[in-house]
Structure formats: structure tokens, C-alpha cells
Design a protein around this ligand. Sequence first.
Ligand SMILES: Nc1ncnc2c1ncn2[C@@H]1O[C@H](COP(=O)(O)OP(=O)(O)OP(=O)(O)O)[C@@H](O)[C@H]1O
Length: 255
Amino acid sequence: MTTATLELDALTVRFGGVTAVDGVTLRHDSGGVVGLIGPNGAGKTTLLNVLSGVGRPTSGTLRLNGQSIGRYPADKVARLGVSRTFQNLQLFGSLTVAENVLVPQLVGHWGVAVAGLVGLPAGRRARRAQADFAAELLERVGLSGYADTNAASLPYGLQRRVEIARALAARPQLLLLDEPLAGLSRSESSDLTELCAKLAADGVTVILVEHDVASVMSVSHRVLVLDRGALLADGTPTAVAADPLVRAAYLGEEE
Ligand SMILES: Nc1ncnc2c1ncn2[C@@H]1O[C@H](COP(=O)(O)OP(=O)(O)OP(=O)(O)O)[C@@H](O)[C@H]1O
């Protein structure tokens, strides 16, 4: 898989008088895990929304692999290789794990669904292909064997993985995770952090928005710090952790 090239140039998002993202300029083309941290209200989710086509920039440009995507709707951005998860779990509790993972595929294939209802061979073949695909995705996130389990019955940490598997179904180059560690136990957090590292090693660029700074520092190759919408620091975890501006504006606040 070729690594995604992401370029932001003076990217700005305003909501009325509030500048949520303030002239962010950066380029990333080296894969890995990119940690995005910053105090409450720093603009992290707003930036993720713009990267995934859920939000629009007020000004500035956003390019993915050289293509300007800032004005594209979310479904088009997804087709170009950007997938995301949201802060709040968005699973269908009454569906199985495999069904949850396949939701984007199933809703896009009414023809297959109809063929399946009447028992046509094409439907059976398609269903087998879908089951194989779900199994492949679940294997990638460490959920082999859970395909037929009801999603709501899983522990929270595993439900997070189901969401990540669903995001991987679109075969993204860029995976945006919005606070995936929120509400997880220490061991669940460390397992999910390991999964981020594994996905990055597989060639997916992972952008990780997280309040758990220690986990971000442990897994990220590059850390971006937003403060009141602006990029306050950008570098390796070691360099960012030692930056006096970051310590004053952010890390100090956490102590
Ligand atoms: N739809 C909106 N309308 C108006 N203001 C908004 C909207 N979305 C975000 N904001 C404001 O933009 C700023 C950045 O918010 P954002 O949620 O992006 O920050 P964040 O870094 O993700 O915060 P947190 O860590 O608390 O999730 C905040 O001042 C917020 O109140």
C-alpha cells in the first residue's frame, strides 16, 4: 500500500466568532501514527471533521495525495481513502459483530440483499464473500472468533475494535481515530494502542486524537499539538514532550 500524502495549507475553520482551527499548515507523507493532542476546545475534533469531509474549512486548502479534498462530501473523501471513528461508539447493538463491520457494504448493495432473500446462488456466493471479508477485517483487529457475537454483549474495549474494523472495511490509507481510548481500562488502552501500532505497520497512516497523552507519546511517530486552534508544536514525542511551550500550555495543565 502506498503511504498517504496529506497537506494542509493555512487551514482555518470558523464557527461565527470562534476560530476552531487557525491557519494550520503541515505535510505528512511518512505513514506511522500521528498523535494529535491539545487541551479541551483546542480544535482537534474540528480538524478531524474537516479531514474526513464531515466539516468544511472556512479557508485554506487540504490535499490528499495531491488532490484538493476540502470541499468534498464525506462519502467521496471516504472513497479516496480516509476512514474514521467517532468519539461516541456508533454500533448497532442488536446486530452481530460481523454485521456491524459490514454495514457500509450491506447498505450499498440492495441487489445482493434481495438476491439473498430469495436464496439465489449469487446471493449465497455474495454472502460467503462478505463473511470472508468480515473475518479478514476482524482478524486484523484481533476479533477472530467474534463474528457471530452480538455487538452489545462485548466489553467496551472490544466494541471499540469493532468500530475500527468497520472503518478498515473501506480499505483506508488514512485512519482517523477520535479518542478511541476514552472509557477504557488501563489494559484495554494498552491493547488498543498496540493495535494502532500494528495498523500503522501494515501501511495505514493513523491519526490519533487522544487525551491520554502518555499513550499518544508511547505509540506516535509524530505528535502535533493544537492550542486554541493553532499548531503549537510538531515533532517527535521526545521533542514535543520537552518543548517548554507545550509544557506551559498543555502538559502543565494536566498535572
Ligand atoms: N459546531 C460548532 N459550532 C460552534 N462552535 C463549535 C462547533 N464545533 C466546535 N466548536 C468550538 O470550536 C472550538 C474547538 O472545538 P473542538 O471540539 O474541535 O475541540 P477539541 O480539541 O476536539 O476539544 P475536546 O478535547 O474537548 O473534544 C471550541 O471552542 C468549540 O466550542
